[in-house]
Design a binder for this molecule. Structure first.
Ligand code: HEC
Ligand code: HEC
Ligand code: HEC
Ligand code: HEC
Length: 276
C-alpha cells in the first residue's frame, strides 16, 4: 500500500512537473550522474555500458518496495545503519526526524559508499535480470571510486554518518502539516516560509516556492517536499511532508551546480525554506 501511494504521487509529479517552465534545461547526459561510457564529466564512470538511466531506473522488474519510481537497485538489503542529525540533540531543533527512508535512501544507495554503483536488478541487455540485485561486474575509473564501483573518497562520499549533513527525513517547519491540515494556520515553526500544497489527481503534494517562481505552482525549481506516513514521525494515520535529499537536489540536471533545484546565489536555496 505504502509503495503504491509513493509511486502514485511520483507518477502524478512527473505529469505536473513536465509542464513547468524554468531555466534552460541541461539534461542528465552532461552531468556527473551519467556514469556510462558517454560521460563527459571527467568523473567516475564505466566503459562497460553506454546506458545512462540503468544505474537508477529500469523499465521492467523494478524494486516495488522502493519509494522511488522504477528503481533498479534493491534498497532493503543495504543494511546500513545511519547516524542522524537529530541524534546530536541540538536544542533548537523543532522538527521530528524519521528513520532514513523515502527518496533519500535511493541517493544513499550510492552516496553512503556501502554498495557498488553497478549493483542492479536489471542489468543492460538481454538476460540481465536478477530480482535480488547483483553486481554487473563493470570496471570503473575515477578519482573517488574503486575499480569495483563503490564511491570511496571525497565530499560525494556522504557515508552512513549523517550527523554532519543537513537534516533529512525531517518534518517541515516543526510539523503541523498533515493530510488533514495541509495548510496549518498555527502550530508550525514561524522561522520557516509556509509550504504550499495542491491535490493532483487524488494525491496531495507539498512544496516550498523558490525565488524563481513564487506563484503557488509546483515547479522543478521549487523545493519539493516528499510525503511520508505520519507514523514515520510517530504521528498517526495521515501523511506529512518531509525534507529529503531530492528536496534540494534534482538528480537529472546540471542547470545549477551540484544538481541544485535552483541557483544558490544569495543562498536562495536556504532562504526558500528558512525565514532568516
Ligand atoms: C543517479 C540516479 C538517477 C539516474 C541516472 C536517473 N534518475 Fe531518474 N530519478 C532518480 C531519483 C532518485 C528519482 C526520484 C526523485 C525525484 O523525484 O526527482 C528519479 C525520478 C525520475 C522520474 C520521476 C520524477 C521526475 O523528476 O520526473 C523520472 C520520469 C525519471 N527519474 C526518469 C529518468 C530517466 C529517463 C533517466 C535517464 C535518462 C533517469 N531518470 C536517470 C534518480 C536517477
Ligand atoms: C547510481 C549511483 C548514484 C545515485 C543513485 C545517486 N548518485 Fe549522486 N553521484 C554519483 C556519482 C558517481 C557522482 C560523482 C562522484 C564524483 O565525481 O566524485 C555523484 C555526484 C553527485 C553530486 C555532486 C555533483 C557535483 O557537481 O559535484 C551530488 C550533489 C549528488 N550526486 C546528489 C545525488 C542525489 C541528491 C541523489 C538522489 C536523488 C543521488 N546523487 C543519487 C552516483 C549516484
Ligand atoms: C536542505 C538542502 C539540501 C539537502 C536536504 C541535501 N543537500 Fe546536498 N547540497 C546542498 C547544497 C546547497 C549543496 C552545495 C554546497 C556547496 O556548493 O558547497 C550540496 C552539496 C552536495 C554534495 C557535494 C557536491 C560537491 O561536489 O561539493 C553532495 C554529494 C550532496 N549534496 C548530496 C546530497 C545527498 C546524498 C543528500 C541526502 C542525504 C543531500 N545532498 C541533501 C543542499 C542539500
Ligand atoms: C526544503 C526546505 C529546506 C531547505 C531548502 C533548507 N533547509 Fe535547513 N532545515 C530545514 C528543516 C525542516 C530543518 C529542521 C529544522 C528544525 O526542526 O528546527 C532544517 C534545519 C537546518 C539547520 C539546523 C537547525 C537546528 O536547530 O539544529 C540548519 C543550520 C539549516 N537547516 C541550515 C540550512 C542551510 C544553510 C540551507 C541552505 C544550504 C538550508 N538549511 C536549506 C529545511 C530546509
Amino acid at each position: 500500500m505504502k509503495t503504491r501511494t509513493y509511486l502514485g504521487a511520483l507518477v502524478v509529479a512527473v505529469a505536473a512537473l513536465s509542464f513547468a517552465s524554468g531555466p534552460a534545461w541541461a539534461g542528465i547526459a552532461s552531468t556527473k550522474h551519467n556514469l556510462g561510457s558517454s560521460s563527459t564529466s571527467g568523473n567516475n564512470k564505466t566503459a562497460d555500458t553506454g546506458y545512462i538511466c540503468v544505474f537508477c531506473h529500469t523499465p521492467h522488474g523494478s524494486d516495488t518496495s522502493a519509494p522511488v519510481p522504477l528503481w533498479n537497485r534493491v534498497l532493503g538489503s543495504q543494511g546500513a545503519a545511519y547516524n542522524t542529525y537529530a541524534s546530536l540533540g541540538t536544542s533548537t531543533l523543532d522538527s521530528k526526524q524519521a528513520a532514513i527512508g523515502s527518496v533519500s535512501l535511493a541517493c544513499l544507495s550510492c552516496h553512503d559508499g556501502t554498495q557498488a554503483m553497478d549493483v542492479m536488478i536489471n542489468a543492460p541487455g538481454s538476460g540481465g535480470y536478477n530480482a535480488t540485485g547483483t553486481d554487473a561486474g563493470f570496471n570503473w575509473t575515477g578519482s573517488s571510486v574503486n575499480a569495483g564501483g563503490t564511491i570511496t573518497a571525497g565530499i560525494t562520499l556522504i557515508g552512513t554518518d549523517l550527523r554532519n549533513d543537513h537534516p533529512i527525513g525531517t518534518q517541515y517547519a516543526g510539523g503541523g502539516y498533515t493530510s488533514t491540515t495541509p495548510a496549518p494556520t498555527s502550530g508550525n515553526d514561524p522561522d520557516f516560509n509556509a509550504a504550499k500544497n495542491t491535490t493532483i489527481g487524488s494525491t496531495l503534494v507539498w512544496w516550498v516556492d523558490t525565488s524563481t517562481g513564487v506563484n503557488g505552482t509546483r515547479e522543478k525549481t521549487d523545493m519539493i517536499l516528499y510525503s511520508r506516513p505520519s507514523t514515520d514521525f510517530a504521528g498517526g494515520g495521515t501523511t506529512e511532508p518531509s525534507v529529503e535529499c531530492a528536496s534540494c537536489h534534482d538528480p537529472h540536471t546540471s542547470a545549477n551546480p551540484t544538481f541544485l533545484r535552483t541557483s544558490n546565489v544569495g543562498s536562495a536555496v536556504c532562504l526558500a525554506c528558512h525565514n532568516k
